[in-house]
Design a protein around this ligand. Structure first.
Ligand code: SF4
Length: 343
């Protein structure tokens, strides 16, 4: 039941004090809707911890993450963080896209954790299970507090995003990079506008993200680009990759990491439903490619590597793969970590 009498930043909003059991587990306070974010529900929670320790077995290039949100309005069909929503008793499909958990106190909790004498100032990855610059960040503005807390404590950090909202914090991030090592990466793997609208419907356009890459470079920061995931038979042609890498290079990117799609857990069903509706002729090909599990077979990965390497070199993007965040669970109860193939 929503009460239209409550105000939120000058907007009429609805508030629901009931919550799913999964949300109660993570400190639920209230659910909020706003006309400005049609179709979205924000579940505000008070988190008990902000720093998440990545299990050592994950082999990821970082051991700590911070996620101010859970769920992501960018709504990428292939998002490998989708299964993490099931831990909250929400589904991995439209709930992941429209029911976003907001840790409203995340910066305060993080500041406290970073003050502990035991904190060793290891690099913290932002943008692992959710995009830190998704639409909700325009309202909740969690990132400035997180960045200040990390830089103020002498903690290096990395950011991965598709969100052009990062422009808002460029000055802050540039200042932070004077105090601690900072890595910024933009994700851009679909250059075709029609396919972008189909497969990443909540994200800024490819052109807008190219503009973001340029803005990051103009702010004096390196900008790595995640050309991932490459979608078999949709974005893996030489023509698409060549054109996209050329645009990324022209935008000023410092380097790229490229890897193919993996379909883990319930993401697989959500993605394949979409594929069946939009590209039914490819369903059989995908079933064959992923018949052994979540990852592309070695011969496909070898083909992609051989195809991409000369293009990356030709566009002057052949730098060593940098530390970039990918999906990691927030608790031991959540799904296993993904290990991508890095180029
Ligand atoms: S932007 Fe990232 S976290 Fe958000 S839906 Fe897309 S892949 Fe998932």
């Amino acid at each position: 039941m929503f009460d239209e009498g409550v105000r939120w930043d000058g907007q009429a909003v609805g508030v629901d004090d009931g919550a799913l059991p999964g949300l109660q587990r993570v400190g639920f306070v209230r659910s909020v809707r706003s006309p400005q974010f049609e179709g979205m529900t924000f579940h505000e929670v008070l988190c008990k911890s902000a720093l998440n320790k990545v299990p050592a077995a994950s082999a990821l290039p970082f051991r700590f993450t911070v996620n101010g949100y859970r769920g992501c309005s960018h709504a990428c069909r292939y998002c490998f963080a989708r299964p993490t929503h099931e831990y909250l008793d929400l589904d991995c499909g439209s709930d992941f896209d429209t029911q976003v958990v907001v840790k409203t106190n995340v910066a305060d909790v993080l500041r406290r954790e970073l003050r502990r004498p035991s904190w060793t100032r290891e690099t913290v990855a932002l943008g692992t299970n959710t995009d830190p610059y998704q639409r909700a960040e325009g309202r909740y503005a969690l990132m400035p507090g997180i960045i200040e807390a990390l830089a103020g404590s002498g903690t290096p950090f990395s950011i991965l995003t598709k969100g052009t909202l990062l422009r808002r914090d460029l000055g802050l991030i540039a200042d932070a990079s004077d105090r601690v090592p900072v890595s910024v990466a933009v994700s851009l793997a679909v250059g075709d506008d029609d396919l972008h609208r189909e497969v990443e419907p909540g994200t800024p356009s490819p052109q807008a993200r190219l503009g973001l890459i340029s803005a990051i470079r103009e702010a004096g920061l390196e900008c790595h680009v995640m050309v991932a995931p490459v979608l078999p038979h949709l974005t893996d042609s030489v023509e698409h990759l060549d054109t996209l890498l050329g645009r990324i290079a022209a935008a000023g990117a410092s380097g790229v990491t490229v890897f193919g799609l993996h379909l883990r857990g319930s993401t697989r069903g959500w993605f394949m439903d979409w594929l069946g509706r939009t590209h039914p002729g490819l369903v059989g090909d995908y079933q064959r490619l992923y018949r052994r599990g979540a990852y592309l077979p070695a011969d496909y990965r070898d083909m992609l590597r051989a195809r991409v390497a000369p293009l990356v070199a030709r566009h002057g993007l052949a730098r060593q793969a940098r530390m970039v965040p990918v999906a990691a669970p927030e608790t031991a109860a959540e799904p296993a970590v993904v290990q991508p193939t890095l180029f």
